[in-house]
Design a protein around this ligand. Structure first.
Ligand SMILES: Nc1ncnc2c1ncn2[C@@H]1O[C@H](COP(=O)(O)OP(=O)(O)OP(=O)(O)O)[C@@H](O)[C@H]1O
Ligand SMILES: Cc1ncsc1CCO
Ligand SMILES: [Mg+2]
Length: 257
C-alpha cells in the first residue's frame, strides 16, 4: 500500500484509536485525528484498559505528563496491543528529564512499539546519546539524530520517526525524508503529540513504515497550507485543522523525498 492508499483507507474505515496521551495534548490530538478522518478516544483508567484496547484499531502512548497510575495503564495497554496484534505508537516526551521517566521509557520500549516517534533530542537520548533537549522541546537537529534512529529501529524492530524542519523515518532497512510544513508548527504545543496520535490512525489502516510516512506527509502538507493563511500561532492552529481535513491522498507524494 502506498501512503496515498493508506489515507484513502483511513477515511473509508474511520478507525478507532486508543490514545493514552498527556493533559496538554488531549484536546488538540483528538481534534487532529478527527480532522484527518479517524476516531480518537482518550481512555486512561487502569480498570478500563483490558476492555478497551483490544477493540481498537491502534494504540498510542505518550508520557508527556506521566504519573504512576497512568504508567500502569500504559503498560497494560501496550502488553494487550502485543498479544492482540494491534499496532502501537510510542512518544517518549522529554524522557530524559528524570530517572523515573527514563526508566518508564525503557520499560515501554521493551514492550516493542510498532512505531517510535520523537523530536531529535528525544530520539538521541532514547539511543543513549547526549542531546541538548529542553523539556518537551528539541535542541538538536534531525540530521544529528539520524544514526540514533537507525540504531533504535534495528534494536527494537520498530519504525522510528524523528520530526523537525525535515522529518526522517526508518525501519532499519528503508528510510525517507519528509519536507515542508512551517516554522509555526513547533510554536503550537503538543503538535508532535498530535502527530503521534495520527500515526496510530494511519497504522490502523496500513503497514507501519508507509503509514508513518503518510502521517508525516499529511502534517507537512497541512502545515504548509495553514501557514499561507495564518497570522501567527493562534490562527495557524485553526487553519491547520481545516487543512488536515482538506488534504487529499494525491497531495502526500509532493513532500516525500
Ligand atoms: N521548523 C519546522 N519547520 C517545519 N515543520 C516543523 C518544524 N519543526 C517541527 N515541524 C513539524 O511539527 C510537527 C511536530 O514536530 P516537533 O518535532 O516539534 O514535535 P515535538 O517536539 O515532539 O512536539 P510536542 O512535544 O510539542 O508535541 C511535525 O509534524 C514536524 O514535521
Ligand atoms: C508542554 C508539555 N509538557 C509536558 S507534555 C507537553 C506537551 C508537548 O509535548
Ligand atoms: Mg514531543
Amino acid at each position: 500500500m502506498t501512503p496515498q492508499d493508506i489515507l484513502t483507507a483511513l477515511r473509508d474505515q474511520n478507525p478507532l484509536v486508543h490514545c493514552i496521551t498527556n493533559y496538554v495534548a488531549m484536546n488538540i490530538a483528538a481534534n487532529v485525528v478527527l480532522a484527518a478522518g479517524a476516531s480518537p478516544a482518550m481512555v486512561h483508567a487502569p480498570e478500563e484498559i483490558p476492555e478497551f484496547t483490544p477493540i481498537c484499531g491502534a494504540l498510542t502512548i505518550n508520557i508527556g505528563t506521566l504519573s504512576s497510575s497512568w504508567l500502569a495503564s500504559m503498560t497494560t495497554a501496550a502488553t494487550l496491543a502485543g498479544t492482540h496484534d494491534i499496532p502501537w505508537v510510542f512518544d517518549p516526551v522529554a524522557h530524559f528529564v528524570s530517572e523515573y521517566r527514563k526508566r518508564a521509557a525503557q520499560d515501554l520500549l521493551a514492550l516493542r512499539p510498532t512505531v517510535i516517534r520523537g523530536n531529535a533530542s528525544e530520539i538521541l537520548a532514547l539511543a543513549g546519546e547526549a542531546g541538548a533537549g529542553k523539556g518537551a522541546d528539541s535542541g538538536d537537529s534531525v540530521d544529528a539524530a539520524q544514526s540514533a534512529a537507525n540504531a533504535l529501529a534495528s534494536k527494537w524492530g520498530a519504525v522510528v520517526a524523528v520530526t523537525g524542519p525535515v522529518d526522517y523515518v526508518t525501519d532499519g532497512t528503508r528510510d525517507a525524508h519528509v519536507s515542508g510544513g512551517s516554522p509555526l508548527m513547533p510554536k503550537i504545543t503538543a503538535l508532535g503529540c498530535s502527530q503521534t496520535a495520527l500515526m496510530g490512525a494511519y497504522c490502523a489502516s496500513g503497514p507501519a513504515f508507509e503509514a508513518t510516512l503518510a502521517a508525516l506527509a499529511h502534517f507537512k502538507v497541512a502545515g504548509t497550507a495553514a501557514a499561507q493563511q495564518a497570522k501567527g500561532p493562534g490562527s495557524f492552529q485553526m487553519h491547520f485543522l481545516d487543512a488536515l481535513a482538506a488534504t487529499q491522498p494525491q497531495d502526500l507524494g509532493q513532500v516525500i523525498v
